[in-house]
Design a protein around this ligand. Structure first.
Ligand SMILES: [Zn+2]
Length: 434
C-alpha cells in the first residue's frame, strides 16, 4: 500500500468529526497564542539546571498550571528532590497516549558567552530566548497547553492521555523515566516525547549509548630511565586509544524500511552538520575519547591511566559486539592482565515503524496544518525515548527547536514553531484517541 492508501484506511470519511474537532482546536490555539507564549516565557524564567538538578520551583509552576485547567495529577518522588508529575486526562479503558517531557535543563555555563541573559525568556525577532527554549521547555509547555485547551473545551476522548513530567533526563533519567518504567507507572499504546526535532521532522529512532571506562596499570620508575625501566601506563594508553579507533568501523547493515529511513537520516545529518563523512554517525559506531587521566608527575613513569569513552551504537549493532571488539584489541596489544574495562549502558539503537499510526498521524497533521511532508528520521544521539521503545510503546519525538543553541550558548526557539507544535500535539491526540 502506498502512503495515501494507508492514510485513507486509517482515517476514513466517517472520521470527519475528528477532522472538524481538529480544526476547531487549532482555531482556539491560534486565538490563545499569547497565553501559550507567555506560559513558555514563564517556564524559561524558572532555572532548573541539572546538575545540580533542583526542579522543585518549576514543578510547582507546572502543577499550578494543571490546577488552573482542572487536570488531575499526582507527584511521585523516588528520592527527595526528584519529583515526577503524572497527569491524566480523558477516558480510562481505551487506548492510551503517553507524553513525556523533562523539566530540567543543562547549565547555562559561562554567561559572558551568551548574547542575552540565559533566563530572560525575552522575545526578539520572532524567537523566544533562553536556556531550555529548545531542549525542551517549549516542547513541554506547548504540549501541556494543547492538553489544557482540549480539557477546557471539553473534548470527548475515547481514550486517555498520561503526561509524565520528569526531573532528570539531562543526567540519565534514573530517578525519572527509567524509575517510572521500572515501577510500573508508565503503560500505554503510543508515546510522544516533545524533545527538540524542528518543525519539519520527527524522530522515529535513535542510537544506543555505551560508556566505556578503561583503567590501565603500569609500573612506576624514575622518569629518566623510561622506557627501559618501569612500564608507562600513559604510553600504553596512547597506543590503546589509537587502536580503539577501529571501533568506528563497526556498522549496521539494513534493508527494507530501516534502510529507507537510514538513507533519509544520513541526508538530514549532512544538511545540518556540513562536516565531511558526518553521515557515518548514523550507521556506524562513534567513539569519543572524552576524558583521559594518568600519571602523578612528569618525571615519574606513570603507574596508572584511565580513559572515559562515549560510544554511540547504531540501530542493528549490539553493544555486546562493541565490548567483544574492545576485549580483542586489548588482548592483541598484550594488555589483558593490566587493563580493567567497565561498561555503562550497552544498549543497541531503538526505533518505531514509519507505518505506525502515530507516525502517520504526525505526517497527516503536518500536511494539513503546515502543508509540509514531515520527514521521519533517526537521530544520532539518544534520550529518554529509549525507555518507551524498550517497553514496546510506539513512540516519536517531535518538538519545536533551533538546533544551534542546544547544550551550548544562545539557545532559542521560534514563536511560530511553538504554536505549530502545540497544534500538532492537539491534532495527534484527536487522531489517535478522538
Ligand atoms: Zn532534552
Amino acid at each position: 500500500m502506498c502512503y495515501n492508501q494507508i492514510i485513507a484506511a486509517l482515517w476514513p470519511p466517517e472520521r470527519m468529526s475528528v477532522f472538524m474537532q481538529q480544526h476547531e482546536i487549532w482555531k482556539i490555539i491560534d486565538e490563545r497564542q499569547e497565553d501559550l507564549i507567555r506560559f513558555c516565557q514563564d517556564i524559561i524564567r524558572i532555572p532548573s539546571e541539572n546538575p545540580p538538578g533542583d526542579v522543585e520551583d518549576v514543578t510547582k509552576f507546572i502543577c499550578d498550571f494543571l490546577d488552573t485547567y482542572h487536570i488531575p495529577y499526582e507527584i511521585v518522588r523516588p528520592v527527595p528532590g526528584c519529583p515526577n508529575i503524572l497527569a491524566t486526562f480523558g477516558k480510562k479503558g481505551g487506548k492510551r497516549v503517553v507524553f513525556n517531557g523533562h523539566c530540567d535543563v543543562v547549565p547555562a555555563g559561562d554567561e559572558s558567552k551568551w548574547d542575552f541573559p540565559p533566563y530572560s525568556g525575552e522575545i526578539k525577532d520572532g524567537r523566544i530566548l533562553g536556556r531550555g527554549t529548545s531542549d525542551m521547555k517549549c516542547g513541554l509547555a506547548s504540549s501541556l497547553f494543547a492538553i489544557a485547551m482540549l480539557a477546557q473545551h471539553n473534548a470527548e476522548l475515547s481514550g486517555e492521555i498520561l503526561y509524565t513530567i520528569v526531573p532528570d533526563e539531562e543526567t540519565g533519567g534514573y530517578h525519572g523515566t527509567q524509575w517510572l518504567f521500572e515501577h510500573g507507572y508508565i503503560k500505554g499504546d503510543w508515546g510522544i516525547v516533545p524533545e527538540p526535532t524542528g518543525f519539519d521532522n520527527i524522530e522515529v529512532g535513535q542510537k544506543g549509548n555505551l560508556g566505556i571506562h578503561l583503567t590501565l596499570t603500569g609500573r612506576s620508575a624514575h622518569g629518566s630511565l623510561a622506557p627501559y625501566v618501569g612500564q608507562s601506563a600513559v604510553e600504553d594508553m596512547m597506543e590503546l586509544c589509537q587502536a580503539l579507533k577501529e571501533l568506528r568501523e563497526i556498522h549496521g547493515s539494513y534493508d527494507g524500511e530501516i534502510a529507507q529511513v537510514m538513507e533519509v537520516s544520513k541526508q538530514a545529518i549532512r544538511n545540518i552538520q556540513k562536516a565531511p563523512g558526518v553521515d557515518n554517525c548514523m550507521d556506524h559506531v562513534t567513539v569519543n575519547f572524552g576524558v583521559i587521566q594518568g600519571g602523578t608527575k612528569y618525571n615519574m613513569v606513570a603507574d596508572s591511566c584511565q580513559v572515559d569513552i562515549d560510544c554511540r551504537v547504531p540501530i542493528g549493532v549490539d553493544g555486546e559486539q562493541v565490548q567483544e571488539k574492545v576485549a580483542e584489541i586489548v588482548e592483541r596489544l598484550g594488555l589483558t592482565d593490566r587493563c580493567k574495562a567497565e561498561y555503562r549502558g550497552g544498549r543497541t539503537g531503538n526505533y518505531c515503524s514509519i507505518n505506525d499510526p502515530i507516525v502517520l498521524s504526525a505526517r497527516r497533521c503536518a500536511k494539513e496544518l503546515m502543508d509540509i511532508d514531515l520527514i521521519a528520521a533517526y537521530q544520532w544521539a539518544s534520550s529518554d525515548t529509549r525507555y518507551f521503545r524498550e517497553a514496546g510503546i510506539s513512540t516519536i519525538q517531535y518538538g519545536p527547536s533551533n538546533a544551534e543553541g542546544i547544550h551550548t550558548y544562545n539557545e532559542t526557539v521560534d514563536v511560530k514553531d511553538v504554536v505549530s507544535a502545540c497544534k500538532m500535539y492537539a491534532g495527534m491526540i484527536l487522531d489517535l484517541i478522538g
